[in-house]
Design a protein around this ligand. Structure first.
Ligand code: NDP
Length: 619
């Protein structure tokens, strides 16, 4: 290991002095603060750059046919869905289940899958249990092969949903939507694309994803490097050889640098370490790496499953990780065993069983214990003491997304693998024609792999890259100039028949796909009801929108104090936490119940106003 900062740290479990815990909370707090200060960068998000201009090749699609062409479309559909990841697929499936036939998905990639279409890096898996993460398993008639599914299986399942619900019939792949404009006279959207289409759609559902915009670090000299480079979301197997299972045989004579040790880096490192002649892992902040416990699906268990099993398991997990009572822990893994700690990023009311101060105190102690275990595991697995020290995460558990691996830490025991700690230099200092510089040392390499993550949550809607003009030509971002304004996160006044599936003013979950499915079901039922009642406009009133924004604000959990103390990352806007949470403060279980209740008790009548009838005037 090479590090300019190998200070000894006396904060193990037995350094507790006379505290009752076996460790000293004050010393840990001070250590966390000091480690945070080392990493804070004044530029915040400004340290990153988009993969455009001369870096446009980072975002190209290595999987689709670059020669693909087709005639522009100028037809009409009932529902147009932007995005063919799990959100779009679930919306399409739920619409079909509700009897809506005219559905077209528009997707940038060459097939369904979204994140799982783009990300095919070696080692890719989903570390949320497959039996609850892969949606519509019973509908498709499939039981995953492993407890944690590899990316390829997830992608194939996405395609299987496309086939099962006949969503390939009218799909447009390799197509990006460039703008939406509301036609008041016809009560329809005009949808423009980068293939010259001008499609008319009664309803539009936007599900453009969370991890779609890869980001690159703005390291000085990045443009001067003469070797090979790519981002993990566009893995270049032509260069590395092998596939998602590894065997990267073309790296046998290559010196490789990996920048980034988030959840992606943790999955990639074991394969690069196994196959590259030399691997340098450039780490700024270590991930917390828990035990993964991968195992094959037991065929007897699979045969014993009874109808409704997946829904029960998903609900059980969601209830458990949000502090709602359950009789048993069906998933029983690293997420469920640390459930209480997750309420630090996904607000919910489930754990509110104690006075706030006492609760905070207990959380913090549980957090220290959890992180001590994680740090002790590093020390037990990694042989070189200085490397082990640098791999220990010094922050609270949910400051960064936890990672799980039974192979990652072990890889640093290989003689060809070197950890380069960049925490004192705020990351890689400089890139030269032939390598990377940290602490005055130049590491010459043939290839740089960027595992540097995404502009998280930067949907085209929020960035303005997907311009939307509603009634009277008003831009959605103008309507939202003081922050999003929606009813339940789905729709806004002045933008009829437009539905968003993004995690805005609703509630998200550790099992992201579960939350997406609840939203997709809701939107599908609203659209189907409009369809059946012959109503051509679905729109919340200005009052309903205002009331929901008020509810969101009133219930907003104060995550600010927690996030302000966290090491920088995308969870806390690189160390500058936003003033307020836009999530529903009572958590996802309550939010889903609220949606069901709203549908069952007349809510539909409010957004499907009678003056919106097909055969009426347009109001
Ligand atoms: P992250 O944003 O989590 O990680 C980016 C990494 O790049 C960090 O380690 C960051 O360091 C590092 N980095 C950025 N700039 C520099 C620099 N200038 N010098 C050195 N290092 C730098 O991206 P990931 O792709 O790992 O993960 C994104 C998300 O994708 C995850 O949080 C998770 O939600 C999802 N994911 C889910 C998986 C699953 O199993 N379900 C698997 C993989 C990803 P620092 O931390 O210091 O900023």
């Amino acid at each position: 290991m090479t590090s300019p900062h190998d200070e000894p740290v006396a904060l193990s479990m037995d350094a507790g002095g006379d505290t009752p815990y076996g460790f000293d909370p004050d010393a840990l707090r001070a250590k966390y603060r000091a480690e945070r200060e080392r990493r804070i960068r004044p530029e915040g998000q400004g340290q990153y750059r988009r993969p455009d201009g001369e870096f446009g090749y980072f975002a190209e699609d290595p999987h689709a046919d670059p020669e693909f062409t087709r005639e522009p479309l100028t037809d009409r559909v009932e529902v147009l869905i932007i995005g063919g990841g799990f959100g779009g697929l679930l919306a399409g499936a739920r619409l079909r289940q509700n009897g809506v036939e005219s559905v077209r998905i528009i997707e940038k990639g060459g097939d369904f899958g979204g994140t799982w279409y783009w990300n095919r890096y070696p080692g890719i898996h989903c570390d949320i249990e497959a039996y609850i993460y892969l949606p519509l398993l019973e509908e498709v008639g499939y039981v995953p092969e492993w407890k944690y599914a590899p990316g390829d299986e997830i992608r194939r399942h996405a395609c299987a949903i496309g086939h099962r619900f006949d969503l390939y019939r009218d799909v447009c792949f390799q197509t990006g939507v460039t703008g939406l404009r509301w036609d008041e006279r016809e009560s329809e959207w005009e949808v423009a694309t980068d293939r010259g289409d001008l499609i008319r759609a009664r309803h539009v559902i936007v599900s453009t994803g969370t991890f779609t915009e890869a980001k690159l670090p703005g390291i000085p000299g990045i443009e001067t490097f003469r070797g090979h480079t790519f981002h993990t979301s566009r893995w270049d197997y032509a260069y590395t050889g092998g596939d998602a299972d590894g065997n990267l045989h073309r790296l046998a004579d290559k010196r490789v640098a990996l920048i980034g040790t988030g959840a992606t880096g943790v999955q990639v490192v074991p394969h690069l370490g196994a196959d590259a002649q030399r691997l340098y892992v450039f780490q700024r902040t270590p991930s917390s790496v828990g035990v993964r416990g991968q195992r094959r699906t037991d065929p007897d268990w699979a045969a014993s499953l009874t109808p409704g099993w997946q829904r029960r398991r998903m609900d059980n997990f969601l209830r458990l990780v949000t502090g709602n009572p359950v009789d048993e822990d069906l998933v029983a893994d690293g997420w469920t065993s640390t459930a209480r700690l997750h309420s630090k990023v996904i607000p919910n009311n489930g754990f509110a069983d104690l006075p706030p101060e006492e609760r905070e105190h207990l959380y913090e102690i549980a957090d220290f214990e959890q992180m001590n275990e994680i740090r002790d595991r590093v020390a037990a697995v990694v042989e070189d003491p200085a490397t082990a020290e640098a791999l220990k995460p010094w922050y609270r558990f949910m400051c960064k997304r936890p990672a799980f691996s039974d192979l990652y830490l072990q890889t640093f025991n290989r003689p060809n693998v070197t950890l380069v700690d960049t925490s004192d230099t705020h990351g890689v200092e400089r890139i030269t024609e032939q390598g990377l510089v940290v602490g005055g040392v130049e590491y010459e390499v043939d290839c740089i792999v960027f595992a540097t993550g995404y502009e998280v949550g930067a949907s085209g809607v929020l960035t303005g890259r997907l311009p939307i003009h509603g009634r009277d030509g008003v831009a959605l971002l103008d309507h939202w100039k003081d922050g999003p304004r929606t009813l339940h996160g789905f729709y806004s006044h002045g933008f009829p028949n437009l539905f968003q599936l993004a995690p805005i003013q609703n509630s998200t979950a550790a099992n992201f796909v579960h939350a997406l499915d609840e939203r997709a079901q809701h939107v599908a039922e609203v659209i189907a009801a409009a369809h059946q009642r012959g109503i051509r406009r679905v729109e919340p009133s200005a009052q309903a929108e205002e009331a929901w924004v008020r509810t969101i604000r009133e219930k907003a959990a104060d995550l600010h104090a927690f996030q302000a103390e966290c090491t920088p990352g995308y969870y806390n806007n690189e160390g500058r936490p936003r003033a307020r949470s836009e999530s529903y403060g009572d958590g996802p279980v309550a939010f889903h119940a609220l949606l069901r209740d709203w549908r069952a008790n007349g809510g539909l009548d409010d957004v499907l106003a009678p003056h919106h009838r097909t055969n009426g005037h347009h109001g």
